[in-house]
Design a protein around this ligand. Structure first.
Ligand SMILES: [Zn+2]
Length: 135
């Protein structure tokens, strides 16, 4: 290793862990649009591509948490009720925290598996942690 490489190595090792993780995963943000008595999530497919979860799980989650029917078509979700930007994004953040981010290392490199009786667990590909998901 050259002196320059040593210096770089040292600099990287001193980076706070939190900063590098924040850089890796950006919380998705739902863009909504009110249409009459309905709320549309316009960028649903983009959210799905970021969080790598089955869209139907997130659609069901919104439906249950907001207590209205929700339908998924053409890359958009329609919530059959009027909701503020904040209300929808609060639910989205909760979903990401429960269904996407590892409970141990907070990284998004996880997969969801369904066990007996429909109990889901989150398996982390980064640290190997396995956490059951409530609900
Ligand atoms: Zn982990």
């Amino acid at each position: 290793m050259t002196d320059y490489e040593k210096m770089l190595d040292k600099a990287y090792s001193q980076l706070p862990e939190r900063a590098t993780q924040a850089e890796r995963f950006e919380m998705p943000y739902a863009e909504i649009q009110i249409q009459g008595t309905k709320t549309l999530i316009r960028n649903f497919d983009l959210i799905i591509s970021k969080i790598r979860r089955d869209p139907q799980i997130l659609v069901k989650y919104f439906s249950r948490e907001l207590a209205v029917p929700a339908t998924y078509a053409n890359g958009k979700v329609t919530l059959h009720g009027k909701f503020s930007d904040r209300a929808v994004n609060e639910k989205l953040n909760e979903f990401v925290n429960s269904y996407v981010l590892c409970k141990e290392c907070k990284k998004p490199d996880t997969k969801l598996i369904e066990g007996a009786h429909g109990v889901r667990s989150l398996i982390c590909e980064a640290c190997g942690a396995r956490s059951p998901i409530r609900n």
